[in-house]
Design a protein around this ligand. Structure first.
Ligand SMILES: Nc1ncnc2c1ncn2[C@@H]1O[C@H](COP(=O)(O)OP(=O)(O)O)[C@@H](O)[C@H]1O
Ligand SMILES: [Mg+2]
Length: 330
């Protein structure tokens, strides 16, 4: 894996204006290397889709980046004009969204939709070549190329999702962002699609941001991953580190909530629910649900600690010597 940086996010905060105003992402920092699968996990409502929307410059009108920066392929991505962003969309960055399965146009054939996307960005492509490319893309995601003539309703959910992945790859982007791309599918189809993404990624070399609430999935496919809780990245590290040394009690809770495919025993979830994002709790945002809470956790915001030379980092008082000295378990 090349270590060249493709995307660098620093101190990113995003607010939705209400009332009430909601700060859905708070000071997020991470980078994406070329050719890696980067996972983003966390319970529903923790800000994953918001972070992705900021990264893809697709925030809704009531949402805005209030702090931070995004460097993408060497450019100041947040300050690029809408026409510049449009020119990069599909060619450098593409999104397979949470509702992708339902975002195929029902009255236009699959092939026409792929061809339209190709011609919109590369208008000099001969039409015949664009159709051949559409067929090749379907073959690449293991959908019979005869389905260029099919309409969305003629395809299964899994096939529709494969078609969306084919479209996302149509213009050979550097970064493909997938927001819970398989959550709506049954587990067998999920596994097939995820293995396919992995093998395409290894063959074509693009980077992937893969968003899910399913930790066991990330622990099997991601090179590195970030864990979000209540708008913040609370832990970030390599798959190896998180498999063996998950540090944040929230990460460990998430891992324990999802059985691996080889396990029969049922798992305990994390008791309680994520806090309101309108008024996040003081101190550590996780302290109300944390099985390892210290008294300091109620009042002091934990600083981020780096745990190894590979950039494994965690935002938790358990890793701060001072806090451990002062605090005692409640
Ligand atoms: N368009 C919006 N307007 C206002 N609040 C929103 C909007 N979209 C999401 N939110 C809020 O932002 C927070 C994070 O949501 P989201 O990014 O969708 O989380 P996730 O993808 O992790 O489930 C939630 O509190 C959600 O209610
Ligand atoms: Mg989401």
């Amino acid at each position: 894996m090349s270590q060249e940086e493709l995307l660098k996010v620093e101190g990113l905060s995003v607010t939705y204006y209400g009332p009430p105003d909601v700060e859905a992402v708070h000071h997020a920092s991470f980078d994406i290397k070329r050719g890696e699968i980067f996972g983003l996990a966390g319970e529903s409502g923790c800000g994953k889709t918001t972070l992705i929307a900021a990264l893809t410059r697709l925030l809704p009108d009531n949402g805005a980046v209030t702090a931070g920066s995004i460097a993408f392929a060497g450019a100041d991505w947040l300050h690029m004009t809408p026409p510049e962003v449009d020119a990069w969309r599909w060619q450098k960055i593409s999104l397979v969204s949470q509702s992708a399965m339902n975002s195929l146009n029902p009255v236009i054939s699959v092939g026409d939709q792929i061809v339209d996307a190709i011609l919109a960005h590369r208008p000099n492509t001969p039409k015949r070549e664009a159709w051949e490319r559409a067929e090749a893309l379907l073959r690449m995601v293991e959908v019979d190329p005869k389905h260029v003539h099919s309409f969305a309703h003629e395809l299964s959910g899994g096939m529709r999702q494969r078609v969306m992945i084919a479209m996302a790859l149509a213009l050979e982007p550097d970064l493909v962002v997938m927001d819970e791309p398989t959550t709506a599918l049954d587990v067998v189809v999920q596994a097939q699609i995820i293995h396919q993404v992995r093998s395409l990624q290894e063959r074509l070399g693009f980077s992937v941001i893969f968003v899910t609430h399913d930790m066991s999935l990330l622990l099997s496919i991601a090179d590195r991953m970030a864990i979000m809780y209540a708008g913040e990245i609370v832990e970030l590290g390599s798959r190896e580190r998180l498999n063996r040394h998950a540090a944040h009690p929230y990460t460990r809770g998430l891992i324990d909530s999802f059985p691996s495919v080889f396990e029969k025993k049922s798992r305990v979830g994390i008791p309680g629910a994520p806090p309101s994002m309108v008024t996040p709790p003081p101190g550590c945002r996780f302290h109300l649900r944390c099985p390892e809470r210290l008294s300091v956790c109620d009042v002091a915001v934990p600083e981020e600690r780096v745990l190894d030379s590979g950039g494994h980092r965690v935002r938790c008082h358990l890793y701060s010597v001072d806090a451990l000295r002062q605090g005692s378990h409640d």
